[in-house]
Design a protein around this ligand. Structure first.
Ligand code: PEP
Ligand code: MG
Length: 757
């Protein structure tokens, strides 16, 4: 049964549209379960009812016309209960509703299973049989398993199906949204431009044909090039291959003939699509057909067809002279965004970024934050190849992408965007003003850096120091570990640019979702694995080289502070401190004029929270990494879009931990800063200031906003707000209260995805 299940899931994942998905499903399930009827009902949001979308066994006229609302009939009961219903004599059940067109009076037994995606009942899978018998446990289990596995694919196919065609009248388009994780905050409104990696059929974007004849011609040219490549390979291998193997090349050439694949592609181009997507559709359709075949020899042909398709695509891409057009408000969309892709768009035209894969720590997201471009990562359900030319709205605060936004939503976001632009202009005037509350409390605002470009922006915005220099970023942009000398130069630039202001350099924090291509760490559970200090203590050679480079870079400047990430136990601090001490001595012996820098740790793990007093006695400063701390306290992967709504820095448990750390560390007389994203939000910053944090470190982009908020408020008001929220028990309510209180003081704080109306 597992094999059947796997096959059905595979079929569905390859199906080109929703209609094919449901048709295929009913056929395969009826066959696999040997039942007389299999039907699929799906939710129609416009009519608020469940429509019979496909059936094998019921009258075909009923398809598309039978509709049941939640609670209506047995199907409606499955929806309402959101659980399977298995009946021997369906027609005797009080909820049974006789719908004449279906002809279902002939069938006695009924098993209905809900299709649930992200808690929404998308539809119902039903099997029915003439004879009076309950479907047995294994049959029920099979259908439940299948439904759970297919829900995502059905949701995806539905969303893709609801996308109108580009250029279609607005009224016929449905507003859709897809959730990812915030990569860089802010709002963007613009047009999608899909960037595809070379020769990847699955990533080819949908585009209309500019000039049909030109598309046909370029396809013919690409085809001819592949044909001649195949002939050349065949010829060069002729002596070494037996005639049977040689014949394979003839098969390839036949596949490429005009009355085969090539003809189909041309026919599709003539329907008005550009050659690349015509090729993609035809090839993937054949790949699907072949991979479903029983005969292993024929199944193998799927690989050949895909390979031929890739080759033709590569030539098509090479010869594509149609210049990529960027509107003034371009939003780049890619399966996996890379920094190089960002470089393809003129900077003044790039307003937003969307990546289907990747996390907030991907290189592209790091770069986007540094450039202040709203970015959403990990939008796994987005049918991204269909985004080219579409209007998109990005909410980089919540991590939501809106496709084909309606008038009301677009207008609301346009207003937020206007406010942000206005505010940005006002904020420029703040550079030389102190971050001081109305009642005279000064809190230094520092920045988080990583790229060289961050230095200029940070200084421009009046940062008083660097609270977190993520040293792994220069490591990530290379092909091997940088030498001590190279590291020294990189670090020196940061130290020099900020001197005499303090620069906090974090030792290499890799593992989790931060990987180095030349030092892969493959683990089942990377966030609980070999991360941060655990890696560097196991590799003293890497650690020592880095520490020496930092120390040498600080010669003559003396503004270096060293910070250790992911500390869980005291012995890690002791061991790292010992090694830092040794490096200082060695360098002093070598004649370097350096002093031992301040050494601190990051509190990112719950264990460190509860040992904070002991930790404080060993270090010069403490900095809370609230991004990781929230992740570990809430047991929510901060980069997993499936649980992103559970990840919340305002969760009462997180706030309790943050307050506990600062109170306890202060009892030991140790200064405490924070360098997680929470410090970069006006509301978060005010709460942290009220808790007693000595310094806030954030993204340069957010610094002026936070400074403006601090300057508009009294410390006593912030303390009152803190007192109010610390007595609350729900993160969302807390955020609402903060937003309300801040609005009363004239401070804007975004807290929830925008909900129009
Ligand atoms: C944090 O965890 O809060 C932090 C600042 O470190 P990073 O985001 O680099 O893991
Ligand atoms: Mg961290």
């Amino acid at each position: 049964m597992l094999e059947v299940l796997r096959k059905i899931v595979q079929e569905v994942s390859l199906a080109p549209d929703l209609k094919s998905v449901v048709d295929m499903l009913v056929k395969s399930i009826r066959h696999a379960m040997q039942t007389q009827v299999c039907s699929v009902y799906l939710f129609d949001a416009d009519e608020h009812s469940y429509v019979l979308m496909a059936s094998e066994g019921l009258n075909q006229e009923a398809i598309g016309s039978v509709r049941l609302s939640a609670g209506e009939g047995l199907v409606g009961m499955v929806v309402q209960r959101a659980e399977p219903i298995n009946l021997e004599k369906a027609d005797e059940h009080p909820a049974f509703k006789y719908v004449e067109t279906t002809g279902e009076e002939r069938f006695s037994s009924f098993l209905g299973v809900p299709i649930i995606h992200h808690r929404d009942v998308l539809g119902v899978l039903v099997v029915q049989q003439r004879e009076q018998r309950r479907f047995d446990e294994s049959e029920e289990a099979f259908l439940v398993t299948l439904s759970a596995q297919l829900a995502g694919a059905i949701a995806h196919a539905e969303a893709t199906g609801s996308l109108g065609r580009i250029g279609e009248p607005e009224a016929t388009k449905v507003e859709l949204h897809f959730d990812g994780v915030p990569g860089s905050s802010g709002v963007a409104i613009g047009q999608g431009v899909v960037v595809a990696p070379p020769a990847d059929l699955n990533s080819v974007p949908d585009k209309p044909a500019g000039d049909i004849e030109e598309e046909v011609e370029s396809f013919a040219a690409a085809l001819e090039q592949v044909r001649s490549d195949v002939r050349a390979v065949s010829l060069s291998l002729a002596k070494r291959l037996r005639s049977q193997e040689q014949a394979l090349f003839d098969v390839y050439l036949r596949m490429l003939e005009d009355n085969a694949l090539a003809g189909e592609v041309v026919a599709r181009i003539r329907q008005g699509v550009w050659a690349q997507s015509a090729l993609r559709d035809v090839i993937l359709e054949h790949v699907r057909k072949f991979s479903m075949m029983e005969d292993p020899y024929l199944r193998e042909r799927a690989t050949d067809i895909r390979d031929l398709g890739r080759r033709i695509l590569a030539y098509l891409q090479e010869s594509n002279t149609r210049p990529q057009e960027f509107t003034d408000t371009t939003i780049l969309v890619a399966d996996e965004l890379t920094p190089a892709m960002l470089g393809e768009v003129p900077t003044d035209k790039l307003v937003g970024l969307v990546s289907v894969h990747g996390s907030s720590n991907s290189h592209a997201a790091i770069l986007a934050r540094s450039l202040g471009i709203p970015t959403i990562m990990g939008v796994v359900d987005l049918p991204y190849t269909k985004m080219d030319g579409r209007e998109l709205v990005l909410d980089g605060y919540s991590g939501r992408v809106y496709v084909q936004p309606g008038e009301e939503l677009r207008a609301a976001y346009a207003e937020i965007l206007r406010d942000e632009k206005e505010q940005a202009a006002e904020l420029q005037t703040l550079k030389n003003l102190p971050a001081e509350t109305k009642d005279g409390h000064h809190i230094p605002l520092w920045v988080n850096t990583g790229l060289l470009a961050d230095i200029g922006r940070s200084l421009e915005r009046g940062a008083e120091g660097i609270g977190l220099y993520r040293t792994e970023i220069p490591f990530m942009t290379r092909d091997f570990f940088p030498s001590e000398q190279e590291q020294r130069q990189t670090y020196h630039r940061q130290l020099k640019a900020f001197s005499p202001r303090p620069v906090t350099m974090r030792t290499l924090d890799i593992g989790g979702d931060k990987s180095l291509s030349y030092f892969p760490i493959e683990e089942d559970n990377p966030f609980l694995g070999w991360r941060g200090i655990r890696v560097t203590l196991d590799h003293p050679e890497i650690f020592m080289v880095q520490v020496r480079a930092m120390l040498r870079a600080s010669e003559g400047l003396n503004n270096l502070r060293i910070m250790l990430p992911m500390v869980t136990s005291m012995h890690e601090i002791q061991e790292a401190s010992r090694q830092i001490g040794r490096a200082v001595l060695e360098l002093q012996e070598e004649g370097c004029a350096i002093e031992r820098p301040e050494v601190g740790v990051m509190v990112e793990v719950p264990a460190a929270v509860y040992q904070i007093r002991q930790i404080a006695r060993l270090v010069d400063f403490i900095s809370v990494g609230s991004n990781d701390l929230a992740q570990y306290l809430l047991a929510v992967d901060r980069n997993n879009p499936r649980v992103s709504d559970l990840y919340n820095g305002y969760h009462p448990a997180v706030l309790q931990a943050l307050r506990f750390v600062v109170r306890e560390a202060h009892k030991e007389g140790v200064p405490v800063s924070i360098c997680g994203e929470l410090a970069g939000e006006p509301g978060g910053a005010l709460l942290l200031m009220a808790m007693g944090y000595d310094t806030l470190s954030m993204n340069a982009t957010n610094l002026p906003k936070v400074k403006a908020a601090i300057r508009k408020i009294n410390l006593t008001d912030a303390q009152a707000l803190l007192k109010e929220v610390m007595s609350m028990d729900d993160a969302e309510m807390i955020q609402q209260v903060i937003a309300r209180r801040l609005a009363e003081q004239g401070v804007a704080q975004r807290y929830l995805p925008f909900i129009p109306g």
